[in-house]
Design a protein around this ligand. Structure first.
Ligand code: F6R
Length: 614
């Protein structure tokens, strides 16, 4: 069975020294995570086989292997590939070429009917030389061009091939003798950029900063030919217009930090300031989160608000729906996007909000499509400007966290929670005094977190040393927000340390999981000074009396601290903001354990930044 190509990066360019620009574009897409890379290029006046290179490893390896061979090219496409299992080989890396080398292409997505198509191709005499589903596309192109009638164009051949594919794709293809790039998008992201000296195509807008001033967004089903003179299509297709490219590019540069993840954890005072900026009234008393197509009054009269998200974004969504329930009378529930029961929870009097860093997560996009189909209003809370989700919903709020490069999400989690809190306060029905108290604490939060980050008493390091070679840790919290934070803590730890972790509401331990505890098992207890503190104390005692070692994260200085084997003291804040303070030691703990275990914390195995498959 051909292996699917998923979550890859595509960059293509028409310009002088096109391949150099493609290599630079691929470098800027590296944050998405990949295990092999490749490129292809056409030179001026070229006829005959297209020059290609591909390799397992990094873009830097590709540059060495290419060894200057692509200098002077005028059209180029490149790819970073990320495989799920096995098959990280030069043969499986993209681009894939026709047998005569005159057609070559890169692909992101899954061709679901690849097996059926490869059987058809084998009857036509084609042999696949890789394990990928992508290769069928290039042989189909070859066959189409060789068999179509003379008056038809390469774009016609490409369209005919696309019409035979089932599944999801972003494709960029070049053909010897052609002066442009054929592109198509269906369920995987692809955008076109235009600058003074280039027209380019990319999996996201990130590499366009500094190279392009305008961007055109492709829609699912689009099939275009891009050349120096712009975008063209078959008759009757809508060509997307170019818009000004908004936003700024931040270089993936850890500066004085050892890893991007650590830098991004330390970015949080700034990213939190950015998310609050312009969203609090001038008198500092109320939250005012704009950008939603429904007014606060309309939202207040809805039957329910559904939040759909995955992974870290889902845990943020759990906290956000707790805020909505607490501050308004609207019913709200968070759903794992791939489990969203749209038919039972959507109607015209509901709002479904997708929460996402990338705005490209397929499961979340599918849930939003489903919500819309079932009559719900849809909005997005996401980080990437111009992402598929922000364009699909055309309303909602950006997270303004800046690009997040480390695969494990950190600063975006905090900005999701903060944005969700602003949303809940904007639609809230609590008293002005109560709102003012929370808003005041929110405004103090960036400084508080900054202090938390700087005041290192060594406790996180001690806790990390306790965990890194111990029994699997259990994270516990209580009272909604802290138990959701416990889940995020366990996810973060698993992602970058590869240690299996469990997360539970403290009260659930005694109903089964307590059987896992033995002498020395680490239990990470998240205990803000809120109404659940004494119940948490009971849960901690239950663990301690079974030999567990307690890593206690708390702002309390009271008797509970005596239960700690390692005490991680946090700064006091409003109890509703505790997830935003407690997430800091939780993230640092995961980071330290990952580093102690020698994991590449910025690029943990098997994970990618943007998950564009179901
Ligand atoms: C974990 C992590 C993932 C993402 C999830 C959703 O650190 O990053 O769990 O949160 O894949 O991604 P987005 O937010 O891009 O929709």
């Amino acid at each position: 069975m051909p292996m699917p190509e998923i979550m890859c990066g595509i960059y293509g360019c028409i310009s002088t020294d096109a391949a150099d620009k493609v290599l630079e574009g691929l470098r800027k897409l590296e944050y998405r995570g990949y295990d092999s890379a490749g490129l292809a290029a056409i030179f001026p006046e070229q006829n005959g086989p297209i020059e290609t290179e591909r390799t397992i490893g990094y873009v830097a390896d590709l540059v060495s292997k290419a060894n200057g061979r692509f200098t002077g090219s005028c059209i180029s496409i490149g790819h970073t590939r990320w495989a799920t299992h096995g098959g990280v080989t030069d043969q499986n890396a993209h681009p894939h070429s026709s047998d005569d080398g005159n057609i070559t292409l890169v692909h992101n997505g899954i061709i679901e009917n690849a097996l059926h198509l490869s059987e058809r191709l084998s009857k036509l005499g084609y042999k696949l030389s890789s394990e990928t589903d992508t290769e069928v596309i290039v042989h189909l192109m070859d066959n189409e061009i060789k068999t179509q009638s003379d008056e038809l164009t390469y774009l016609d051949a490409f369209s005919n091939v696309i019409s035979q594919l089932r599944g999801s794709w972003a494709i960029a293809a070049i053909i010897s003798g052609m002066d442009g790039i054929l592109v198509s998008r269906n369920g995987a992201p692809l955008v076109i950029g235009r600058g003074v000296d280039n027209i380019s195509v990319s999996s996201d807008v990130q590499p366009f900063y500094g190279a392009c001033s305008e961007v055109a967004y492709l829609n699912d089903g689009d099939i275009f030919y891009i050349s120096g003179s712009g975008i063209s299509s078959q008759e009757g297709s809508m060509i997307p217009g170019f818009e000004t490219l908004e936003g700024v590019y931040d270089e993936e540069d850890p500066g004085n930090f050892e890893h991007m993840m650590l830098k991004e954890i330390f970015d949080q005072p700034t990213s939190l300031s950015n998310v609050l900026s312009g969203r609090i009234t001038a008198d500092g008393r109320k939250a005012r989160l704009g950008g939603f197509s429904l007014t606060p009054e309309e939202i207040r009269s809805l039957d329910r608000i559904n939040l759909v998200a995955c992974g870290t974004a889902y845990y943020a969504a759990e906290i956000i729906s707790a805020y909505i329930r607490k501050f308004s009378n609207v019913r709200s529930e968070a759903f794992i996007a791939s489990e969203f029961p749209a038919r039972s929870v959507c109607s015209t009097n509901t709002l479904t909000i997708g929460i996402s860093q990338s705005g490209e997560t397929k499961d979340t996009l599918d849930a939003l499509f489903d919500a819309k189909k079932n009559g719900s209003n849809i909005s997005a809370i996401c980080n990437v400007i111009g992402s598929t989700m922000s364009r699909l919903t055309a309303n909602g709020a950006y997270l303004h966290a800046g690009p997040e490069f480390a695969v494990a999400s950190t600063k975006v989690f905090s900005n999701m929670v903060a944005t969700g809190l602003l949303f809940a306060l904007t639609i809230s029905e609590i008293s002005d005094a109560e709102q003012q108290e929370i808003v005041q604490s929110l405004r103090e939060l960036p400084n508080l977190i900054s202090k938390q980050l700087i005041d290192d008493d060594g406790s996180i390091d001690t806790a990390a040393k306790m965990i890194h070679d111990s029994e699997p840790p259990i994270f516990i919290g209580r009272g909604g927000m802290s138990s959701y934070l416990a889940k995020e803590g366990a996810l973060k730890m698993m992602e970058i340390s590869y240690i299996p972790c469990l997360a539970l509401p403290g009260g659930e331990l005694k109903h089964g999981p307590i059987a896992l505890l033995s002498d020395g098992s680490p239990v990470i207890a998240i205990v803000p000074s809120d109404g659940k503190m004494s119940l948490m104390e009971s849960s901690i005692r239950e663990c301690k009396s079974r030999g567990a070692r307690i890593i206690l994260i708390t702002d309390s200085e009271g008797p509970i601290t005596e239960l700690a084997d390692v005490l991680i003291q946090t700064n006091k804040t409003h109890p509703d903001l505790s997830p935003l303070v407690n997430i800091i030691p939780v993230q640092l703990l995961a980071y330290n354990v990952g580093v102690l275990r020698g994991v590449n914390v910025d690029r943990p195995r098997n994970l990618a930044k943007s998950v564009t498959v179901v």
